[in-house]
Design a protein around this ligand. Structure first.
Ligand SMILES: C[S@@+](CC[C@H](N)C(=O)[O-])C[C@H]1O[C@@H](n2cnc3c(N)ncnc32)[C@H](O)[C@@H]1O
Length: 227
């Protein structure tokens, strides 16, 4: 879907105290940026911020960093987060614009990321594009460089093929899946925070697939992907 141009997005983000332009300077310093020293959770491809707006005010004991490529979605995300916090100060959220395929440019092991959320990323259905999937082993091996030992990856999608592939990708990069469902909403989990795309797929009656995986200390030799 084509995104309508939003000339106001860049200037509004540049004036936002919780948006960081030029995130390369923050590599290995994200924990210092937040006023409270507490675990850092990362949302990759945060889109218009529904997830962060639902999570961050409810979980003040965690810091949340949302990354997306486009100002045109990050500016609505900024507004959504502000609306969710209301009069409360926004101290545990940061937003930045960057290409997730180059994540190690902006984050390193000293950032001690404890959880990654990937919600409804592009399924890239053509085989020649699979390497661009945010759950492809090529990406998962990059995430390993910034995750703390025992860190988790939580993933939701509407796409059956992407979900099946991700279940195979994770062990190849040294992650163990410890929870999975082919119909998240049948579980009626009160802690599930709806994203913008999740709401759309639910309306269409498409079951949401979800999993949680833990990063193991090493990538098993036998599973190591040829990438
Ligand atoms: C389908 S939308 C999902 C948005 C949101 N997570 C949700 O569930 O509603 C995917 C988002 O990922 C972002 N994205 C895709 N590839 C990316 C990349 N390589 N780097 C940064 N953002 C990316 C897109 O700009 C888009 O906002």
């Amino acid at each position: 879907m084509r995104m309508r141009a939003k000339p106001w997005a860049g200037p509004e983000l540049d004036a936002c105290p919780f948006f960081l332009r030029g995130p390369q300077r923050m590599k290995n310093h994200w924990l210092e940026w937040f006023p409270h020293k507490q675990p850092l959770y990362l949302e990759l491809g945060c889109g218009k911020g529904w997830f962060l707006a639902g999570m961050a005010p409810q979980h003040p004991a965690y810091n949340f960093l949302g990354i997306d490529m486009k100002d045109a979605v990050l500016a609505p995300a900024k507004r959504k987060i502000e609306a969710a916090f209301g009069d409360h100060p926004i101290e545990n959220v940061a937003l930045t614009a960057y290409d997730i395929e180059r994540l190690p440019d902006i984050m390193g092991e000293k950032d001690h990321v404890e959880r990654i959320y990937i919600n409804f990323c592009n399924p890239w259905p053509r085989p020649r594009h699979h390497k661009r999937r945010l759950t492809h082993p090529r990406q998962l091996l990059l995430y390993r460089t910034l995750l703390s030992p025992g860190a988790e990856l939580w993933f939701k999608t509407d796409d059956d093929a992407l979900f099946a592939a991700t279940l195979q990708y994770l062990p190849q990069a040294g992650f163990t899946v410890f929870a999975q469902t082919y119909n998240l909403h049948a579980l009626e989990d009160p802690d599930n925070v709806l994203t913008e795309h999740e709401a759309k797929f639910l309306e269409q009656g498409i079951p949401i697939k979800a999993l949680k995986a833990r990063m193991e200390a090493v990538v098993p030799e036998a599973d190591r992907p040829a990438i």
